[in-house]
Design a protein around this ligand. Structure first.
Ligand code: SF4
Length: 243
């Protein structure tokens, strides 16, 4: 499957999170993930029979693609979209890093810019891809979200990703604790204090999962002492009622 991948969907929208919020992008959503965050809204089947794509704009007619999709097929589909930014997202796109590497070489030659949205754990794969990626959006996964501590993976991942432009998102919920925030800040600031850290209050319909506003602001103040550019930015799609 080196040059084929299981895709969930391909669509055109605006980026709803982080450094490039508001940027018009083509989203290529890969299937499968190596983590299981309790708040995940993208628990895509590992190998669905079809991927769905919408062309040319948000809300365009849905069309079906047989999975797995080849790199050539995907390149052809991308020519029907207008944005010049492509976001590889998931699931966890680095599970398909060989496919991404093959594709990204050609896409870069055609003038596309590439963003990678990743859970920040697959450091060996990141190391191989970093020269082909313009911006890495790395999630720092707190143990309260995944049930595991990925501190070492995140440290190694960040070192690899820093060869490219990288920013970090940290989703905060009612389960977030001071201890895990402090540990995360120590890991991140030991790699770099120059990057932008986005604190993202979880998007959920369940009020019990939402982080307390005062706690959120206290966390920001703490983080800013170690990572000066720490910003609070919720996902904007729920406010717009967009996907
Ligand atoms: S890393 Fe992302 S895709 Fe994977 S389980 Fe967590 S939220 Fe879902």
């Amino acid at each position: 499957l080196k040059n084929k991948a299981y895709l969930a969907e391909v669509f055109d929208s605006i980026q709803g999170e982080g450094l490039l919020v508001g940027s018009r992008q083509i989203f290529v959503r890969f299937c499968g993930c190596n983590l299981r965050c309790y708040y995940c809204d993208t628990q895509w089947q590992k190998k669905p029979q079809f991927a769905v794509y919408h062309r040319p704009v948000v809300g365009g007619p849905a069309q079906m693609l047989d999975n797995p999709v080849s790199a050539d097929q995907l390149k052809e589909i991308l020519t029907g979209f207008t944005p010049r930014w492509i976001s590889f997202t998931g699931g966890e796109p680095l599970l398909w890093h060989e496919f991404i590497m093959e594709l990204a070489n050609d896409l870069k030659a055609q003038g596309y810019k590439i963003m990678l949205e990743t859970n920040g754990t697959l450091y060996e794969q990141m190391d191989k891809c970093c020269k082909l990626v313009d911006v890495v959006s790395m999630d720092y996964k707190l143990p309260s979200a995944t049930g595991c501590n990925y501190r070492e993976e995140h440290r190694r991942f960040l070192k690899a990703a820093l060869k490219s432009k990288v920013f970090i998102k940290m989703v905060l919920t009612a389960r977030t604790s001071w201890a895990e925030v402090k540990e995360a800040v120590a890991v991140i600031s030991s790699c770099s204090q120059e990057l932008v850290l986005y604190l993202q209050p979880v998007t959920t319909d369940n009020c019990a999962d939402k982080i307390d506003m005062k706690f959120l602001l206290d966390i920001q103040e703490y983080c800013q002492n170690h990572i000066p550019e720490t910003r609070i930015l919720p996902q904007i799609h729920p406010y717009l009622r967009w996907r």
